[in-house]
Design a protein. Structure first.
Length: 94
C-alpha cells in the first residue's frame, strides 16, 4: 500500500491511518468514489454512515474491504476517533 511505503521513508515511525482515512486514500489513489463501495459495504446510506463515522465497520465489511481493495485488516479493525469516544461515553453512562 502506498501510505505504508511513504511512511517508511520518514525519519520517524508513523502510526497507521484510521480505517476511514485508509479507505478514502485507496479510493482516491484508484480514482474511485464512495459509490464503488456499494458492493463492499452496502447501500449508499450504510456507506454514508460508515464514512461519516456514525457506524462501525462490521466483520463482513472488513473482510470484503480486505479482499476487494487489499487493505490490511489490522488497519481496518482500529477504532475511529468518534467511534472510540462514543464507546467510552456509553460505558461511562452505564
Amino acid at each position: 500500500m502506498a501510505w505504508h511505503s511513504a511512511c517508511s521513508r520518514l525519519p520517524r515511525p508513523c502510526s497507521p491511518p484510521e480505517p476511514i482515512a485508509a479507505i478514502e486514500f485507496v479510493l482516491e489513489q484508484r480514482g474511485l468514489s464512495r459509490k464503488d463501495l456499494e458492493g463492499v459495504i452496502g447501500s449508499s446510506g450504510r456507506i454514508s454512515e460508515v464514512m461519516n463515522k456514525q457506524r462501525s465497520l462490521s466483520l463482513a465489511m472488513i473482510r470484503k474491504l480486505v479482499e476487494t481493495f487489499d487493505l490490511p485488516a489490522d488497519v481496518l479493525i482500529r477504532r475511529t476517533g468518534s467511534t472510540a469516544a462514543q464507546s467510552f461515553t456509553s460505558r461511562v453512562a452505564l
